[in-house]
Write a protein that binds this ligand. Sequence first.
Ligand code: DQQ
Length: 610
Amino acid sequence: MALPWAFVLLPALFFLSSSVTNLFFSNSSSNGSGGRCSLCPQSPEVSFCPLSPEVSPCSQSPEVPYIVSTTYRTAYHFQPPRNWINDPCGLMYYKGIYHNFYQYNPHCALWCWGDIAWGHSVSTDLVNWIQLEPVIEPDNPSDIDGCWTGSATILSGGQPVILYTGVSRDNCQVQNLLFPKNPSDPYLREWTKAGNNPVIQPVVPGLNRSCFRDPTTGWIGPDGLWRIAVGAQLYSYNAALLYKSEDFLSWTRVDHPLYSHNLSNMWECPDFFAVLPGNNSGLDMSVSIPRGAKHALKMSVGYFDKYLIGVYDLKRDAFVPDTIVDDCRLWLRIDYGDFYASKSFFDSKKGRRIIWGWSQEADCRSDDVAKGWAGIHTIPRTIWLDSDGKQLLQWPVDEIESLRTNEINHQGLELNKGDMFEINGVDTFQADVEIYFELTSINAAEPFNPSWLLDPEKHCCEAGASVHGGIGPFGLVILASNNMDEHTVVHFRVYKSQQKYMILMCSDLRRSSIRPSRYTPAYGGFFELDLAKERKISLRTLIDRSAVESFGGGGRVCITSRVYPAVLADVGRAHMYAFNNGSATVRVPQLSAWTMRNAHVNVENGRSAI
Ligand code: DQQ
């Protein structure tokens, strides 16, 4: 049985070279009974469907000491100066400005029934942001209990509009429309709620009217009319319901959904977009889509953002997945970690599609109140379809590289079983690390068991970094204290499945903090790689204090994690290592790392800058 693990560094005993040391794994702290693994995965506290109207409104967050509110605050991820955020809503590029609208509680650091408004920030580079006034707050019968998630669409004449879910009394969810008061203002500071709101009511046979929300960005359908999809739970199935309109004002439901499924939980925050296999240029859904394009349908379900690849069948006006997989546990995920409610948009400035999601805190609500803030958005990622047409790839937008400084490089390292190579010279709490692992042989790959695909988190618990394998585990140990009682591991393991190779990537948080009551699972996902052709597996990890975003295999598996190491608060210094604990030697032909500077993210009073 795989035991919970702890490793202790004994450099004097296993010293190999000036910088590569041997890794000594100890399970002495294990209780041998599954220990922390039995807690993995745990459910985070916040659950959204159905939302309970009994959640009481919260009071103003108390004044907290500066140190508490800043220790785990990210330095280059998107978050407002204070209070709660969740889903990214209407993202768009308009008149030279990027806009991020988001679910926001202007009153405190908790999600509270009746409080949720739309925050608004603007940027010229997707890195530095200025916070503006919230654009909408609940003040109307059609959104009196909350202005929930929605999307922006730029209409054919260039005019932006927003559709969002309003929660009216008794948790009845409806769709509302917003217009900018002054479309010539590139900052779009003020918006007006349409007089005829709600423009879509929950009147569908069998619809649960408390599970009818999160309209997508509009696209042009086969008849030249606008289409949107809305996430819905009906008595016997879950769906992205389809609506059409000529003018975006009056909407008719199409008599069949865009797509539906009878097993999974409610589909929140659907997203529907076109992609070209092997081409990282984005496609604009409000113009005609070229031949050969495929479509991706993403839905936020359970605790993950899942997606299907298929085609938009113009005759049937419906999404048809390339492969029907009944068990939605097997659906691919945009991110295998703490990442939810993502939304993508077409960036007309650079001709790419960008996606980002919400990463919620994994500490306690009382910590959030003490910090005075909760929730971040991930780094915006370019998203496109792999050349095999089967899976989406993601990579942090290039703009984020403008924050890189103090570059360090290593070439030609060799990591034998048990080796650790310390990466020095960068700020280990704010870093961007890119590393290639080259396999010296693929013969030692262990057999793959397809049942692992059903629960990759469980397999990451069982096959942790201390469990020796054939090829792997190898990867990065980050945010490590001197005696290793705290550390986070991002690692790979290679398996052979008939003629192909399956790579497991884990982001193991089980030892990420000695503080109690954090949510510390081992996240994981699998991807396929043709190792007979390409022997290198890449890993890029962005570390930003309490946020760790990792991209494996060129963006095939992405895992976002939230960590709260005591070493960050108490010591202010941590270690970072490349390691190998598999029997096959792994080469590192290239390792680059940078310190990441602070971005200018929604600094308070920033709005005076425009
Ligand atoms: N968050 C919003 C809902 C959405 C959920 C409420 C997903 O509209 O379904 O804040 O995180």
